[in-house]
Design a protein around this ligand. Structure first.
Ligand code: 6PG
Length: 243
């Protein structure tokens, strides 16, 4: 499903509603809600929205368990840290028990961080990881989570978490792999801004048969994908697309 909104704030408000609905449904059916959060700049508005009413009081935070889909290999105090951003925007403002938070650890290497996090996931989920909701973003190069073009992480079929060294500058990354992402019950992409219009066209415009981008490997086995876009990101899509 593709939904197109006027602006990033409308995307964030709608995403908060979807998060709260998914949480209530999971709590109804199994007593808890387990989500994987995305990083980067786009989801910050969503996290800030969830920290406000009505969501702050509406969501039973004591039954919410939060993981991260990826992280930059930096200290949790670093401005580039997804964990830090999420705490500032949401977690420091809602009554979620610290024991319900599972950030990606900053260990001696990105590889060690990945192994430790895989152990955390296996301890929590047992045989099969299944997030009730996986939040994802999209890079202009077609990466999602920290699954970047041209990296070995794209072909990972066994590990649940692996390190990734994107081409170019910037810190190493730790990312959930496609086998884990594709076991999610629901996947919500949040994509805003004009700079994302070409990649959104490449991914969502059926006419376009550009070579496979990493994001095109997101194909949930038993789950639904939803795209929330703003008009700028949807700028190159044919008018009939979405809503
Ligand atoms: C990260 C993300 C990454 C992000 C895209 C889009 O840690 O950076 O998980 O996959 O979603 O790079 O980033 P923006 O939202 O900043 O455009």
């Amino acid at each position: 499903m593709i939904r197109i909104f006027d602006d990033p704030t409308s995307v964030a408000v709608a995403a908060a509603g979807l998060f709260a609905e998914a949480a209530a449904a999971a709590m109804q059916s199994k007593g808890s809600f387990c989500a994987a959060l995305s990083g980067g700049s786009t989801p910050r508005r969503l996290y800030e929205e969830l920290a406000k009413q009505p969501w702050r009081d509406q969501i039973a935070w004591e039954k919410v368990f939060l993981f991260w889909g990826d992280e930059r290999y930096v200290a949790p105090t670093d401005p580039l840290s997804n964990q830090k951003m999420t705490h500032e925007a949401l977690l420091d403002h809602v009554p979620i028990p610290p024991a319900n938070l599972f950030p990606i650890p900053f260990a001696a290497s990105a590889g060690e961080s990945a192994s430790l996090y895989e152990t955390t996931l296996r301890t929590f989920f047992g045989a099969g990881p299944r997030f009730d909701l996986m939040l994802l973003g999209l890079g202009a190069d077609g990466h999602t989570a920290s699954l970047f073009p041209g990296t070995a992480a794209l072909a990972e079929t066994n590990r649940w978490v692996c390190p990734c060294r994107p081409q170019g500058t910037g810190p190493d990354r730790i990312t959930l792999t496609f086998p884990v992402i594709n076991r999610s019950a629901a996947i919500l992409f949040l994509v805003t801004g004009q700079d994302k219009a070409p990649v959104i066209e490449a991914v969502l415009d059926k006419k376009n048969n550009q070579a496979a981008l990493p994001v095109q490997q997101v194909q949930p086995v038993q789950g639904q994908i939803t795209w929330f876009l703003d008009k700028m990101a949807a700028g190159h899509l044919s008018p009939a697309t979405g809503n």
